[in-house]
Design a binder for this molecule. Structure first.
Ligand code: DAH
Length: 350
């Protein structure tokens, strides 16, 4: 067979070729376009062709090469299309979308935000202070000098360097209450002062289902001219009703704190209907929510506020306890374990 016929035959062969799988398309490429393709040896025949026919032969071989390239491109794109439509067949475009996974707010954050926003709506501004605090702001300024027996009420973590020296005004410690923010605010602001201070506090306590060595408090402070105990009572009643419902009743019991005089503890009426109510209220129906009182004149004096001219009230409340009441959480330790099975349950709460 003459080489002209051989090439013409190959062009027909290429035209008729089909390939539907990736393997077949690849075999086609190797046969006609690969480095050892079937057209190469035919090009070698050139030197045996008489001069006047060399040009025709060259053109014929080029047609064969072009045909191979065109065919290969066509087979390739048919294959890609086929793959795409197969993938499409598995996609149900009418299926509902996959939900985006949403995080959740921590119950402590939820409770804290709720408390803070109740007070913000009646004009209290958020104030902050450091968690690693000095002895002055945590204790002495708050009318709890060194050797004051009330220091025993709050077991303190001192930072290591200050341990041997024992408490003095500059000893550093982890704040035991957010009342330290009262002293910090009074140093830098003049009355009228109306602040709310949420934050984390620490006490050297045995960890159990009911108490933890770290927890959160919200502190409140209002100082102006002629602030009275009745003002405090009305504000706290408003808070209790916003937090626990319009019908909520409160009672104030006399108490003692070094930084207030007189001092009180506020209970809310929880009820005594279920056994659970009996247990958490110790059979009284009342639940203690916060400590409060009229700011002791000595505290005002420590912070350079004239106690002859100004009076004020202050209060402090724990957050975990209230979060446990709101969300029926029975063990405080759950709050600090970051177990997603616990946290996820708050995903729908804003
Ligand atoms: N600091 C107190 C505590 O941690 C709570 C407290 C009581 C804060 C009375 C106050 C207050 O501001 O007036 O137990």
């Amino acid at each position: 067979m003459d080489v002209f016929e051989r090439v013409t035959e190959l062009i027909e062969e290429i035209g008729a070729a089909g390939a539907t799988t990736p393997e077949e398309v690849e075999a086609f490429r190797i046969r006609y376009l690969g480095s050892k393709n079937i057209l190469k040896p035919l090009m070698g025949e050139m030197r045996n062709i008489p001069n006047e026919r060399k040009r025709d032969f060259g053109q014929l071989v080029n047609r064969a090469k072009q045909a191979a390239q065109d065919k290969y491109d066509a087979l390739e794109s048919a294959l890609t299309q086929q793959e795409a439509s197969q993938a499409g067949a598995e996609l149900d475009l009418t299926a509902p979308g996959e939900p985006m996974p949403l995080g959740s707010r921590h119950p402590i954050a939820l409770t804290m935000r709720r408390i803070v926003s109740i007070f913000e709506r009646i004009g209290f501004a958020v104030a902050e202070g450091p968690e690693v605090e000095d002895d002055w702001h945590n204790f002495s300024a708050m009318n709890t000098p060194e050797d004051h027996p009330a220091r025993d009420m709050q077991d303190t973590f001192y930072t290591a360097e200050n341990m041997p020296a024992g408490p003095n005004n500059s000893a550093m410690l982890l704040r035991t209450h957010t009342s330290s923010v009262q002293a910090r605010t009074m140093e830098t602001q003049r009355p009228p002062i109306r602040i709310i201070a949420p934050g984390r506090v620490y006490r050297n306590e045995t960890i159990s289902a009911r108490s933890h060595a770290q927890f959160h408090q919200v502190e409140g402070l209002y100082i102006a001219e002629k602030v009275s105990f009745a003002d405090m009572k009305a504000t706290l009643l408003h808070f209790a009703r916003e937090m626990y419902g319009e019908e909520t009743r409160i009672r104030l019991r006399p108490s003692y704190f070094p930084f207030t005089e007189p001092s009180a503890e506020m209970d809310i009426w929880w009820g005594l209907e279920t056994e659970h109510d009996h247990r958490i209220t110790k059979g009284t129906g009342w639940l203690e929510i916060l400590g409060c009182g009229m700011v002791d004149p000595a505290v005002l004096q420590n912070c350079n506020i004239d106690p002859e001219r100004y009076t004020g009230y202050a209060f402090g409340m724990g957050i975990e306890r209230q979060a446990m009441l709101l969300y029926n959480i029975t063990d405080i330790r759950l709050m600090f374990e970051n177990d997603v099975r616990f946290l996820r349950q708050f995903a729908s709460v804003l």
